[in-house]
Structure formats: C-alpha cells, structure tokens
Design a protein around this ligand. Structure first.
Ligand code: SF4
Length: 339
C-alpha cells in the first residue's frame, strides 16, 4: 500500500504536513475537456538542442518512476509531484477531436509528433479509453510522422494503426536489464522482459523500434548498457539513445532521494555521490543546457561505452533534426523542457 508522499508544491503559498502516518493513496481519474491545443512545444536537449512537438492524452502516470521529470508538470495543475502524480490521473477524452481540428487548421506540415513526455501514452487506462490509438489514427490520416516512447506492451494492440503511419518509430524506455534492478526506480511499470517482448513483436510487424537507455543513473546501471543494446538488437531494434539522470526541480530531487534511501539504502550513498560528481557537487543540473549531460571523465567513458556498442551492433545513424520552422512552432503552448 502506498501512502501519500508529496513534496510541497512550489507554486502554493502554504503546504500541510501530516502528523503521524500519512493516509493511503487511492487512484483517482479526472476527465477534463481539453480546451487548449493538443500539440505542445517542448525543448529537448537530446534533440540536437531543438524543439519537439508532443501530444499527451493523459496527465500523471501510474508507472510511478521515481526519476520522472514529468512529475513537475503535475505541480502546474495544483497537485503534488509525488504520489499525486502517480494516482491523480487527468484524462482528456476529447484529445483526438482537438488534435484533428488543430491539424486541419495547420497551414504547414508538422515535422514530427511525439507521444510521450508528460506521461506514458500507454497507461493501463489507455486499454479502455483508446485515446492514444485514436490520436495515432488522426496522425495517419494527416500523414504526420510520429514517435512513441513507452514502457508498456499495450502498444502492441495498435500495430494495425502504427502500420498505417507514414513514418513511425516506437522507443521502449528500458534503462535497466532486470526486474530486480528496475524495481527500486520503476516500481509499477511492466518488467523489462515484457518490454523486450513487445519490442520484438513490433519489430516483427515491420515497425521501426528503438531503445531509450534513460536515465543512466551513475554508479548504478552504466554496466547494463552493452547488454541492453544487445538485447534490443536481438529484438529487432535499430535505434538507440541514452541520457544521464536529471532532476529538474526540488520536488523531484527530494522524492527521488527519499525513495532511493527507502528502496535501496545500501546503494543510495554511492548513487548520490556519483551523481554529485557528474553535477559538480550538486544533484540537480544548473541550467537546461546541462540536462542529461555529465561533466566528468567517467561520463565520457560511459558515452564511449554506449557509442562503441551502438556501432558494433549496427544501430542506424541518428536522424537529423526535423525543421521546426512551421507555423505551429510559434502557436503551440510551450511546456518547458524534456530531457
Ligand atoms: S513511464 Fe514515463 S511518464 Fe510514466 S512515470 Fe515512468 S518515466 Fe514518467
């Protein structure tokens, strides 16, 4: 049973602390009619310093990864970045309709749409709501290139739609090799083996797949990198990226550290010290430019390790950044940063 654990919301003037044991959490679903645009513009330092355009039919994520940078977006809604993010899920039932209207009005061709970044597009709720599926159908209709990042095998349900898309890549977020190593950081996600199986299923169906080894948590999972790339290659993946853990704000930092001590107390000190080394003595990056970037020789070694196995296994070259000069680039709401 989970108990409420939310760092104070920095946008609130007051915060309350429970005296004694906090109450247990319960899952709450809020259906919200989205009135703004479905396409959000977000800066991604992994994307050659460029902008990405994202679609998210849900807010919050029951997968509850302790490192998740999307936790901060829940604070914009007035919720907490801790258990609120994992249990108060906002659903936008009109997402496909709004996306269609937006694409209809758009005078320019959208370079690329990513389904991810504020939540996992294949939350268990998606099995019933089918909002990601319907939005993908809209993208197929408008011939928009799409990227999906997920931790869920539910994506295999939509093979028929994915096959209709003009251009599609599905990345599985897979930073850990085993259930045991994943569990302290990804307590409620499908296990790595299930993600590899889904990757294989999609690859065999002719969908371009990839692996996202992010976050790399210094002192914890660097040594998994070669094997993760090998497993992904065996499952038909042709694309791969990796990124260093970044903790975007104080709430995420506090939550991450607290869970680290709670779940792997014997390794917490090593992870924190390694991360501080990468960050010049602090846990958080100082600026957006530093997101996902390390400063030590050790990080350079990790990057070389990734590059070596990336080349050895024959992953395909990264695609150049799509042009982001379309009209939508100026119109879309800005969602801060991604990686
Ligand atoms: S699955 Fe993705 S969006 Fe969900 S908690 Fe984990 S990192 Fe965040």
């Amino acid at each position: 049973m989970r108990h409420i654990l939310n760092p104070p919301n920095p946008y609130d003037r007051y915060s309350a602390e429970y005296v004694g044991e906090p109450p247990p959490t319960k899952l709450e679903i809020f259906e919200e009619t989205a009135t703004k645009k479905m396409i959000t513009k977000a800066f991604a330092s992994d994307w050659e310093g460029g902008w990405r355009y994202t679609v998210n039919c849900y807010r919050g994520c029951v997968h509850g990864c302790t490192y998740c940078f999307a936790r901060q977006y829940h604070e914009y809604l007035g919720y907490g970045a801790g258990t609120d993010f994992e249990t108060k899920i906002v659903v936008k039932p009109n997402a496909p309709k709004l996306l269609r209207e937006e694409l209809k009005k758009c005078k320019w061709k959208i370079p690329h749409l990513d389904f991810s970044f504020a939540t996992d597009p294949y939350l268990p709720l998606e099995a019933e709501y089918k909002l990601t599926r319907q939005c993908l159908e809209v993208c197929a209709e408008f011939r928009v290139p799409v990227g999906v990042i997920t931790k869920s095998p539910l994506v295999t349900r939509d093979i028929d739609v994915l096959q209709k898309l003009e251009k599609i890549s599905v990345f599985f977020s897979l930073p850990f090799l085993t259930k045991e190593s994943s569990n302290p950081f990804e307590p409620y996600t499908p296990v790595p083996e299930a993600r590899f199986r889904a990757m294989k299923t999609l690859s065999e169906a002719g969908i371009q797949t990839g692996i996202g080894i992010a976050p790399v948590i210094p002192g914890y999972n660097e040594s998994d990198i070669p094997k993760l790339l090998e497993r992904a290659r065996d499952c038909g993946a042709t694309r791969a990226f990796m990124g260093l853990l970044h903790l975007d704000n104080g709430s995420i930092e506090n939550y991450f550290v607290e869970k680290l001590h709670e779940r792997i107390p014997s390794k917490a000190g090593k992870v924190i010290n390694s991360l501080k080394r990468e960050r010049g003595g602090i846990l958080r990056h100082k600026s957006y430019k530093e997101r996902g970037v390390g400063i030590t020789e050790q990080w350079e070694v990790t990057k070389k390790l990734f590059e070596f196995h990336y080349q050895r296994l024959g992953f395909v070259a990264r695609e150049p950044k799509p042009e982001a000069t379309e009209a939508i680039a100026d119109d879309a709401p800005v969602q801060q940063t991604l990686f």
